[in-house]
Ligand binder design. Structure first.
Ligand SMILES: Nc1ncnc2c1ncn2[C@@H]1O[C@H](COP(=O)(O)OP(=O)(O)OP(=O)(O)O)[C@@H](O)[C@H]1O
Ligand SMILES: [Mg+2]
Length: 241
């Protein structure tokens, strides 16, 4: 067995909105090179979990990234540390062109214009549709194209950990499959670690190293995709077969 290095871990992570607590003490880990999937129904707290990790909402408990506590870090510092979130429902600047969105994604980088331009070329080759539409306003792209742009833009910051919030939302099955393939490929070829939340379990399970089930702000089960789909009640509730 290869030894695993913990990239992210949360301990008793609690968060909510005003007086309402949504996450009731979440303990999860993402190891280096893993794709970890969090499954849960509408309102379970998946987006809230992403926001708590990326620091866009107040939270208590502990969050460590590469062995260092990031619970007091600003959202900017968290991006610089290497965690980037693709928000649910796209996350692009609609008034900017495709090319300018990609450039904006690189704002935290200090490795120069050439490296940034090389990366833009790379994402264009992964998502040729974005290249064809490089001068088009992001807001006028189709839903699937916007989702691709949101992911490419997030990757422009060269993250170590990509937080992906329901990338399949509103996408045709074929595009979803394409997107999951790309995520799986980046994971294998570039060692990108991914924490992905989904309501739609089937495709996500295929690329998952490990899975957590989130129910009303509590992790109720975890394991490999194979372990969880071997459990009848879990399979019925989350996989629908
Ligand atoms: N900005 C907010 N202000 C107040 N309550 C919120 C806010 N965002 C989410 N909530 C509440 O927090 C709970 C969890 O919401 P969250 O968006 O995390 O769920 P989710 O698992 O991502 O659901 P979905 O699958 O529908 O995206 C819900 O009860 C929701 O109403
Ligand atoms: Mg959500």
């Amino acid at each position: 067995m290869t030894s695993q290095t913990t990239l992210l871990n949360t301990r008793f992570l609690t968060a909510g909105y005003g007086p309402v607590t949504v996450l009731h003490g979440i303990d999860i880990e993402v190891n280096e090179g893993e794709i970890v999937v969090v499954l849960g129904a509408n309102g379970a707290g998946k987006t809230t979990l992403m926001r708590a990790i990326s620091g866009t909402i107040p939270r208590t408990g502990n969050i460590e990234f590469e062995g260092r506590s990031i619970k007091k870090d600003s959202t900017d510092a968290i991006v610089r540390a290497g965690i980037v979130q693709v928000p649910q429902g796209r996350g692009t600047f609609p008034e900017l062109s495709v090319a300018d969105n990609l450039l904006a994604g690189a704002y935290v980088r200090r490795d120069g214009a050439k490296a940034v331009a090389d990366d833009i070329a790379k994402w264009y080759s992964v998502f040729p549709r974005l290249q064809e539409r490089s001068t088009q306003r992001a807001g006028s792209l189709s839903g699937g194209e916007q989702q691709m742009l949101a992911i490419a833009r997030a990757l422009m910051s060269r993250p170590k950990l990509l937080l992906c919030d329901e990338p399949s939302m509103g996408l045709a099955p074929l595009i979803t499959r394409e997107l999951f393939n790309v995520i799986g490929q980046l994971n294998k070829e570039e060692g990108l670690s991914v924490l992905l939340v989904e309501q739609n379990a089937n495709l996500a399970m295929h690329i998952a190293s490990r899975v957590y089930l989130l129910e009303t702000g509590v992790i109720v089960a975890s394991g490999s995709a194979a372990e969880l789909s071997a459990d009848d009640s879990i399979r019925k509730a989350y996989l629908g077969f």
